[in-house]
Design a protein. Structure first.
Lengths: 657, 363
């Protein structure tokens, strides 16, 4: 080699080149090791990261479980709803787009700007929700103009539909976006996974049975680029609908109760006395659960929760009222059982009863004369029960009363049930640190004073009277099954206990209740005309101390008017339904609450026994449509059910107590 | 001018390696950009053609011409670097390019070659003392380095500045520096490091800190490295297949057709592809050192070594960067990364290497 090294340059260059070669070999070897480490040893890890990188899950919410009434009529289902979105990137002409949106669906420019502002900072190709659940009319308009307004898209998602809307509002509840607190609770419980924005049951059955009704959300795995732009759908997991639920509710009775109560403030509960199954449960004023579940404006929500009538309270389980005269049969049973009186014991029941220097008045100015317990129930004598109450004593009275289920929650599977109150000297000492006065026993003996009950508790107590003494836990759900129809769980009637009185004693009481409707002088005698064989008791719970006796309730300011009660069961010989109705500030029980109760009895008994012919002289309510006929979804509720106001009683004797 | 003997001594191996690397580069650029930036690979194809022609010229013209033109070439590159500040176009905060209408020239790439030629000329003429270069002896070569180095660092183009720095020290160490001088310089460098840190731009600092702990902020500064490692690692042994990579195509990988092109390649071709490309580069470096060893004169020897050092540092720093063992400093991968000036400079450099190699016996 005529090499320049050999001739001219020092040999040490050779060493340095050799050193450079060694350096190069080492560097390349280390790089090769590094690539082996990344691509072989840790490859699995990076492969997963690479997949996570490029796939996003786009959620497809599961349709919630369908809810049926006891006859299999759908009362809550899912319907497809159209949501309107705007893709900012695709909008060509903002001014025109905003104007068109305003013209077509009434979304103002300010609203559009607000929605855009809220999703600021997100990539412009991500759709911004503009309006949820468009009406059919709006959907059609948008469809027709969508090519003229680029950037507008419609998407379908399942929307909850309560077919009987307001009639089932408190019972079924509604849905809402999950709150931060609910998210945290769900995480803490380790159960189902929720994400912000998910819908969750907020009230009623929807909340209590969220686990069953929710279903499993599906979704599509979408391959996205680094900016989140959709490239293609990789995988599609179909959502799995929630479990179906068959309720004990008889929707015809439910709707009848709602129709009779909807212009009043109050509640109605109907129970099958043989099983404890709840047939109807209505609270008014009510709300539109469909509107609530698909999102309402902040103002509408504010109106709802700030309404002084507490619209969102389910009065059937949360309303606490003195049972008033509906308590008398229970008092009578206790006194008979304790042998303080016998069915034959006659007591003078005048216009007022003097005790400790004070006059305790009867509602009836003339008084009732010398009567036994049967007539005392029929005529709803106050002075009779004042005296019996004093003989029985508050301790014995309250311990009997408790066996009827008062003072404790019934255990119905709905949230925030109230337990009511059965007063006793011991309770008063604990609560107020004051001793019990005998005068208070007099109040309690006619269901006033501290005694408080929910309509559900009262209905359940009357159901127990009707069935001969068994207290059931009110049952709402018959069965839960998968969407394919496989039954997962069936619910059986659950006995809570026995009344502390014998069946013979109950027999006297029941006769009395039958007399209220079917004997001359009975406070609800006018119900006899319905031929439904109703046995029951009216009640008028005092709100303010009786100022003066009057038959003209219009002359009393609304807030001072008494609460009207009716509780009873039918048919008398073989009770199939027990009912409790309260109408707040309704005035007299017989005129305000009893007609509502009649509608429930009628609706249910006609369903199971066929039409009942009423005595012709009484004004009647036009017959509602066939009960088992399922209604078209979305059909106005009022149209399917008779909404004629309850007929005023034909006779006027004894309509107040 | 062309001696028939030249062909018999031509190193076909180096040429094959260069051409294969260029083709691998073309394929990788295609895969990285065909979905989002179609047109890039076509441009790259033209660059390969222009680069090949430039290489041919660099092979044919006797490299002694470079020795004669060294001052002119070096001076021209300095002039271009200065003119960048006057007429240059900036892109994402850096002024690096001169627009020539049909193509934007990046003078800092040419400056690498200018520095090598100038240093080779300087050291081939200047006798080196037996004990090595002293501080005084380093003054002139130091100035030769600092002129382009500072201009490039000012643009800023940290990656190219570092390559200039590495080329300089490779050549200087080859011709020998006194041990005492080395130790002093090293000490001074360590002392000056904090000041240098202060002079760095925010994003440069972020890149260096994120290198220390890339997982701390995976969506911020560590993002490049993390996504690059995901791309390489997910390729596995055999790779996902040509055009099947997702990291680059879905734009998780930034600069996927320039500095991070190797990640795209490694994702699609796996360890097999990575090691194949490593092998090609190693062959190039080994041939380059061999060329230096067999050069017929001192200028050729220093030139060949300088060019080889340039390739070596670019490859090692780029691959170290994409595989997460070195900080992200923005050094492209020779022959494979997209970029006209860079490809042409690399092709000319390779041509000079072949030139020196085939003229080793011709005096």
């Amino acid at each position: 080699m005529s090499n320049y090294f050999k001739n001219k340059e020092p040999k040490e260059y050779k060493g340095r080149i050799f050193f450079s070669s060694v350096l190069a070999v080492a560097a390349f070897f280390l790089l090769a090791v590094r690539f082996w480490y990344l691509q072989v040893k840790e490859s699995q890890h990076y492969r997963e990261l690479s997949l996570n990188n490029s796939t996003r899950l786009v959620k497809a919410p599961a349709p919630r479980g369908v809810i049926y009434d006891r006859l299999g009529i759908k009362i809550a289902e899912n319907r497809p709803g159209f949501d309107l979105y705007l893709v900012p990137e695709d909008v060509k002409d903002w001014a025109m787009t905003k104007e068109m949106l305003n013209r077509l669906i009434g979304v103002t420019e300010d609203e559009v700007d607000e929605k855009l502002e809220r999703s600021k900072g997100r990539p412009p190709f991500q759709a911004v929700p503009l309006k949820e659940d468009l009406s059919w009319d709006e959907t059609v308009k948008i469809e027709a103009y969508k090519f003229e307004i680029p950037g507008i898209i419609l998407d379908v998602s399942p929307k909850r539909s309560y077919i009987f809307s307001e009639a089932t509002a408190h019972l079924l509840g509604y849905l809402g976006e999950i709150s931060e607190k609910e998210l945290k609770d769900a995480e803490a419980s380790g159960g189902r996974k929720y994400a912000p924005g998910d819908l969750i049951g907020k009230y009623g059955i929807e909340k209590s049975f969220e686990e069953d009704l929710k279903g499993v959300d599906g979704g599509k795995e979408v391959e996205v680029d680094a900016l989140g732009r959709k490239i293609r759908v990789v995988n599609w997991n179909a959502p799995y609908p929630g479990n179906e639920m068959k309720m004990t509710i008889d929707i015809k009775t439910q709707v009848a109760a709602w129709a009779a109560l909807k212009d009043k403030v109050g509640a109605a509960v109907a129970i099958d006395p043989k099983t404890g199954k709840v047939l109807a449960m209505v609270s008014t004023p009510t709300f539109d659960p469909n509107a609530l579940s698909t999102g309402i404006s902040r103002d509408e929500w504010k109106d709802l929760i700030e309404n002084p009538l507490n619209i969102l309270n389910n009065r059937a389980i949360q309303g606490l009222y003195p049972p008033a005269s509906t308590f008398k049969p229970i008092h009578a049973a206790a006194a008979l059982e304790a042998k303080v009186i016998t069915p034959e014991t006659k007591i003078f029941s005048g216009p007022s009863f003097w005790y400790a220097g004070r006059a305790y008045r009867d509602w009836k100015e003339e008084g009732h004369g010398i009567i036994n317990v049967h007539r005392a129930i029929v005529e709803s004598s106050d002075t009779f029960f004042y005296q019996v109450g004093l003989r029985l004593g508050i301790d014995r009275l309250s311990s009997y009363v408790k066996t009827f289920g008062f003072g404790q929650k019934t255990g119905i599977p709905l949230l925030n049930e109230k337990s009511g109150l059965v007063p006793s000297p011991e309770w008063k000492r604990k609560a107020y640190g004051v001793q019990w006065y005998e005068g208070e026993t007099i109040s309690v003996s006619v269901g006033q004073g501290y005694m408080l009950t929910t309509p559900l508790q009262l209905a359940n107590a009357y159901a127990a009277i009707a069935n001969g003494g068994t207290i059931y836990k009110p049952q709402l759900i018959e069965a839960i099954s998968t969407p394919e129809g496989k039954v997962l769980k069936t619910f059986q009637p659950e006995t809570k206990g026995r009344l502390g009185v014998s069946e013979a004693t109950l027999g006297y009481v029941k006769d009395g209740l039958f007399g209220v409707v079917h004997e001359d002088g009975g406070t609800a005698h006018f119900l006899k005309a319905s031929n439904l064989r109703i046995a029951g008791k009216t009640g008028t719970a005092q709100v303010a101390r009786l100022i003066k006796r009057t038959k003209n309730i219009q002359s009393i300011a609304y807030k001072y008017r008494d609460h009207a009660w009716f509780a009873g069961f039918a048919p008398f010989e073989d009770p199939k339904i027990a009912v409790a109705v309260i109408v707040e500030h309704g005035g007299f029980g017989a005129s305000a609450a009893a007609p509502v109760a009649r509608e429930l009895f009628k609706a249910y008994l006609e369903t199971i026994e066929g039409p009942v012919k009423e005595t012709p002289k009484v004004l009647t309510v036009s017959a509602p449509g066939s009960p088992a006929e399922p209604k078209a979804p979305g059909a106005p509720v009022g149209a399917a059910v008779s909404t004629a106001p309850p007929a005023p009683p034909a006779e006027t004797e004894g309509i107040y107590d | 001018m062309i001696d028939r003997r030249l062909f018999t001594h031509f190193d076909w191996l180096i040429l094959s390696v260069i051409m294969i690397l260029a083709l691998v580069g073309l394929a990788s650029v295609y895969s990285a950009t065909y979905t989002h930036q179609p047109g890039i690979y076509r441009k790259e194809f033209y660059w390969v053609l222009i680069g090949s022609f430039s290489m041919l010229v660099a092979i044919v013209v006797n490299y002694s011409l470079l020795e004669r033109l060294a001052y002119f070439i070096y001076g021209s590159t300095i002039f271009l670097l200065i003119s960048v500040f006057a007429v240059g176009s900036s892109f994402s905060g850096a002024k690096r390019w001169i627009s020539l209408g049909f193509f934007t020239l990046q003078p800092s790439e040419l400056a690498k070659l200018g520095l090598i030629i100038m240093l080779a000329k300087f050291f081939s003429e200047k006798p080196v003392p037996p004990r090595g270069l002293g501080v005084k002896d380093l003054a002139v070569p130091g100035a030769i380095l600092m002129a382009p180095f500072l201009l490039i660092a000012k643009q800023p183009d940290l990656g190219t500045a570092i390559i200039l720095w590495m080329i300089f020290w490779s050549i200087v160490l080859l011709v020998r520096v006194r041990a005492r001088v080395l130790a002093t310089l090293f000490g001074l460098g360590a002392a000056a490091a904090p000041f240098g840190w202060m002079m760095l731009k925010g994003y440069q600092k972020a890149r260096l800190t994120s290198f220390m702990n890339p997982d701390a902020d995976p969506l911020g500064s560590g993002y490049h490295v993390m996504q690059s490692k995901i791309a390489i690692g997910s390729g596995g042994f055999l790779g996902k297949g040509f055009l099947q990579g997702t990291q680059g195509k879905l734009m998780f990988l930034p600069e996927h057709h320039t500095d991070f092109i190797f990640s795209v390649l490694a994702e699609e071709w796996g360890l097999v592809g990575s090691v194949f490309v490593l092998g090609l580069f190693f062959t190039l470096i080994a041939s380059g050192l061999n060329t230096a060893m067999s050069a017929k004169d001192r200028f050729g020897f220093l030139m060949a070594f300088g060019i080889t050092a340039m390739f070596f540092w670019q490859v090692v720093i780029n691959l170290g960067m994409v595989s997460g063992v070195l900080p992200v400093v923005g050094v492209p991968l020779p022959f494979i990364s997209y970029g006209g000036s860079f490809l042409i400079t690399s092709m000319i450099s390779a041509g000079i290497l072949l030139n020196i190699n085939m003229r080793r016996f011709i005096f």
